[in-house]
Design a protein around this ligand. Sequence first.
Ligand SMILES: Cc1cc2nc3c(=O)[nH]c(=O)nc-3n(C[C@H](O)[C@H](O)[C@H](O)COP(=O)(O)OP(=O)(O)OC[C@H]3O[C@@H](n4cnc5c(N)ncnc54)[C@H](O)[C@@H]3O)c2cc1C
Length: 417
Amino acid sequence: MTYFSALELLKSAVTGDRHWTAQWPEAEPKAEYDVVIVGAGGHGLGCAHYLAKEHGITNVAVIDKGWLGGGNTGRNTTIIRSNYLYDESARLYDHAVDLWEGLSQDLNYNVMFSRRGCMMLAHTVHDVQSFKRHIHSNRLNGVDNRWITREEAKAICPPLNIRPDARYPVVGAAWQGRAGTARHDAVAWGYARSASSRGVDIIQNCPVTAIRRGPDGRVAGVETAKGFIRAKKVAVSAAGHTSVLMDTAGVRMPLESYPLQALVSEPVKPIFPCVVMSNTVHAYISQSDKGELVIGSGTDQYTSYSQRGGLALIEHTLAAIVEMFPQFSRMRMLRLWGGIVDVTPDRSPIIGKTPVPGLFVNCGWGTGGFKATPGSAHLLAHTVATGEPHPINAPFTLERFTTGRLIDEAAAAAVAH
Ligand SMILES: Cc1cc2nc3c(=O)[nH]c(=O)nc-3n(C[C@H](O)[C@H](O)[C@H](O)COP(=O)(O)OP(=O)(O)OC[C@H]3O[C@@H](n4cnc5c(N)ncnc54)[C@H](O)[C@@H]3O)c2cc1C
């Protein structure tokens, strides 16, 4: 396996970059594994890494219908934050932020985690009340989040329009300094390399067509384009396609799949130092390390598996961006794309056991699962390895939709997400 070090980089600089080897081998499926993970996104690959590293379980396959990281992991706008309202969510997302901070070292792979801060703009009295409620709740949970005035917001983010005659004037903001961004591809690649080096098979271009159960009702394995693979445990981490797959095991999921779009501008010099989000005009923006402005908003309003969305939403998103940053009105947009996100009724994820013994699921991350990648992967690995949830993911059950113990971040955010 290729290890990156200053010495290796120096060596390649003087030898024409010819000595690098593949970072993970192409694996062919074995007849049986202890654990099969469906979905080689950040969550699935991360789960394999933690299963191997922390639980010593290495007879594992991660299977993807396409190329690894080609799902939402490689399509998102990379915002990382943990300022959610409810205690359960704050613990979950802050666990992830803790892991983000040491992830490059853990993987020996630069995931370019950048703690540049995230500001959530308040434009109305309702926004002020809602964000202050979040701030108080977060601070009680030890999660950093503080109120800043519009002048402080402008000082942190100079392009921000704080003129009082704007249609939705900025009246202040919630500021999480510990929030930021990371390089999404590097996250998938770093986890893949680490898992593979510990003996995990990564099998790409191999759709899983069904989950099979044995006569005792337990999970027996998965049908794939490369044949049946037996498995003692199966973990599904297939984002927007989870409900279709779980259906084959007889498990009905409380999920709807929507297209979520994003777009980037032409690259420009560093002008945008943090992440800015506005739920009221509904758009968010940051700048990538390549210089592109990275822009997104909410899901399209219809369910679909098409991986592309409607132009009307993009038009609305750009109108919101220009409202907050009028000077960007003359920038050209370079490309736009979509991903299929899996949304639960309370907009919180499901990480845990299912009614089928040996079958686990990690889904429902909707528009916000990138930020959770290391945390969710870590907790899923714990749940798969021990057969019981970790205290942090214990509330994020599938049963909550029948018991009614919801974690209603949908209502808390008061925005489609
Ligand atoms: C445009 C956009 C912007 C976003 N912005 C943010 C953001 O700023 N911050 C944030 O926190 N989150 C964001 N998200 C959400 C985030 O990207 C996801 O929640 C997260 O990446 C999910 O990771 P995952 O590993 O679960 O899923 P994925 O990366 O989608 O991985 C699932 C994998 O399962 C595979 N698969 C599906 N079905 C099968 C099958 N039958 N057989 C085999 N393989 C299968 C897919 O090919 C895919 O590779 C955004 C999403 C989109 C689309």
